[in-house]
Design a protein around this ligand. Structure first.
Ligand code: ACO
Length: 372
């Protein structure tokens, strides 16, 4: 039985999941039984990964075991990465990451979910340093994932505040129900193509500006607005042109994205390292007012990408790394969803409504050809 066509699959339910729930009316995100605001900043990324993978794999998923397993995966990925770096020269970091992830094989490890989750951090850091003319830094297996990412990218021991801020970010974006990239990962998993392919597919979907590619453009918007006084005329002109304001709006949320506040708090803890917060708050206020005026029937509010941009900038990351860093967090969700989907053993194969030309009867076709 086919249901009617829904543009953008809006409102269509295609899976049951125990992993996360987005309640768009109440602005609530639950990640495997926990509100995002309760775990972000309070639980490590490793413990959240363990929670997401629980029940899908037989191994010990304690925080300490995951920490150790990811450290080993990072060290393994180092050797795999080095010969690939040269080929990333002309690529954007997110494209370079896509290439490197594609070089992994499910057969590289009995636990490809661990392998890819550890490797992605090494790849992002290595690409960043290589493309800036610096030598990549070997992972330190004594570090947790967030600390090692900061260390491998910046080349210095990060402060506990910075480690906590990045850990908060990775937890905040770890999973978010059937967003476009997770849906892509699940479709791929349903064909039994394997975890690595699911993650590569997830990244391909993530990189678009309507999904995980927005935070870089958020900073470009700040740069272009420039001054407090210019916020209203700049945003008005952008909306007059029909542009979408980056960092606002969401398919599911009808109220503020709860992750925006989690990341705003994490950014404000680093206030000394970012001078953009008061300016961003002003831009946010004006943008929400203008969007409300233009779309009275559709509440458009701040989404996760707005404060992602501020937090990642305050942590000293170049904007071209924002989407790859998003992937470093979301890989937890992609791998968990891929394993959950593979467990259902049911190929995803939706239907489409054909609106193309109707085939002509064979005789009239033959007559048509004969007459030409
Ligand atoms: N700026 C201006 N207008 C907007 C915005 C925006 N950011 N978002 C939605 N609108 C408008 C749309 O143009 C639409 O009007 P239209 O149909 O006449 O074009 C109307 O509001 C309703 O749009 P929705 O149905 O709510 O939008 P949709 O669900 O298709 O898109 C999306 C959601 C892609 C996130 C959109 O809000 C957007 O483009 N935002 C900017 C990009 C962005 O911030 N992306 C990151 C999202 S968070 C994440 O994926 C991690």
């Amino acid at each position: 039985m086919h249901t009617s066509f829904r543009s953008g699959l809006e409102g269509v339910v295609v899976a049951e999941t125990i992993l996360s729930e987005v309640n768009g009316e109440e602005g609530r995100l639950v990640i495997r039984g926990h509100l995002v605001e309760d775990i972000a900043g309070n639980c490590s990324f490793e413990s959240v990964i363990g929670n997401l993978w629980a029940g899908f794999v037989p191994e010990d998923l304690s925080e300490a075991s995951i920490r150790q397993a990811l450290a080993e995966a990072r060290v393994w990925a180092w050797d795999r990465m080095l010969p690939l770096l040269n080929s990333t020269r002309r690529l954007e970091p997110v494209e370079a990451l896509r290439m490197m992830l594609s070089a992994l094989a499910d057969s590289d490890s009995a636990r490809p979910h661990v392998l890819v989750t550890g490797a992605i951090a090494v790849f992002v850091a290595g690409i960043s340093r290589f493309q800036n003319g610096k030598s990549p830094i070997h992972p330190n297996p004594a570090h947790g994932q967030a600390e090692d990412l900061l260390y491998m990218i910046h080349g210095e021991r990060p402060s506990p505040e910075r480690i906590r801020a990045l850990d908060t970010y990775l937890v905040t974006v770890s999973d978010h129900a059937l967003n476009a990239s997770t849906f892509a990962a699940r479709v791929i998993a349903s064909t039994r193509a394997g975890i690595i392919s699911s993650v590569v597919g997830g990244l391909c979907a993530l990189k678009g500006p309507l999904h995980g590619g927005a935070p870089g453009p958020v900073l470009e918007m700040f740069d272009s607005i420039g001054t407090f006084e210019n916020a209203e005329p700049w945003l008005t002109a952008a909306l007059d042109r029909g542009d979408r304001l980056m960092g606002f709006g969401h398919r599911i949320y009808r109220v503020r994205d709860p992750r925006a506040d989690v990341l705003k708090l994490a950014t404000s803890r680093l206030r000394a390292e970012s001078n953009r917060i008061p300016f961003a708050e002003h831009v946010e206020k004006v943008a929400i007012q203008l969007l409300a005026k233009r779309n009275p029937g559709r509440k458009l509010d701040t989404n996760v990408e707005f404060y992602t941009a501020l937090l990642l900038e305050a942590l000293g990351f170049h904007r071209s790394l924002f989407t790859p860093l998003f992937a470093c967090g979301r890989v937890a969700g992609w791998t968990a969803h891929a394993m959950e989907q593979a467990g259902t053993n049911r190929l995803m194969r939706p239907a489409s409504t054909y609106v193309g030309p109707v085939p002509q009867a064979q005789q009239s076709m033959a007559a048509e050809y004969a007459s030409t």
